[in-house]
Design a protein around this ligand. Structure first.
Ligand code: IMP
Ligand code: MG
Length: 178
């Protein structure tokens, strides 16, 4: 696995330090007794980020997972919902958590979908964002790191469902993604 990584962009130490900072920002936003937080992890890429993040969040919360079809590889396929455990979030404070904001299609689709369920508030958190690709009009509330426009794996992010367990975030060797 390590041999497939061209270079490390973010070490696990850097990631953990930043996840604690993001958790502090989120905790500040949702402090107060009337918060009814529902975390919506977007599977599968966010699993490691979410697991680390929520253990740093001393806020009462529910967790409701969501999985969309991956459109990578298909030439502009429709985004479909594969698993929807979100349920009734009307009146709740929803925080969608994803691994990476690339073209923004995924986050936009999820926001539109959850907005129809009348949450009290709806925010988004991503570990990574590629500013060169992310649409300027798509607001995300919490961002771990802005990164270069390279294909990255590790800490939950995959290529062909591999490398999610790699503890750092690294750029794959170019010949592997061709
Ligand atoms: P978007 O809809 O283009 O913003 O892409 C978001 C989804 O594409 C993420 O949830 C990831 O699953 C996947 N993705 C985008 N860029 C990368 C990458 O560099 N490495 C791994 N997965 C990625
Ligand atoms: Mg994903």
């Amino acid at each position: 696995m390590e041999g497939d990584i061209d270079r490390i962009l973010l070490t696990s130490t850097q990631i953990h330090a930043r996840v604690r900072e993001v958790a502090a920002e989120i905790a500040e936003t949702y402090r107060g007794d009337e918060t009814e937080l529902t975390i919506v992890p977007v599977l599968s890429g966010s699993i490691i980020f979410v697991a680390d993040l929520i253990r740093e969040l001393p806020v009462k919360m529910k967790i409701a997972m969501l999985q969309l079809s991956s459109y990578r590889g298909d030439t502009r396929g429709e985004l479909r919902t594969l698993l929807d455990l979100v349920g009734d979030v009307s009146g709740r404070d929803v925080l969608v958590v994803d691994d990476i904001l690339d073209s923004g299609q995924t986050i936009r689709h999820i926001k539109e979908d959850i907005e129809t369920k009348n949450p009290r508030s709806l925010r988004t958190a991503v570990l990574l964002r590629k500013p060169d690709r992310a649409p300027a009009d798509l607001h995300v509330d919490f961002v771990g790191f802005d990164i270069e426009d390279s294909f990255v794996v590790g800490y939950g992010l995959d290529y062909d469902d591999h490398y999610r367990n790699y503890p750092h975030i690294g750029v794959l060797k170019p010949d592997l993604t061709n």
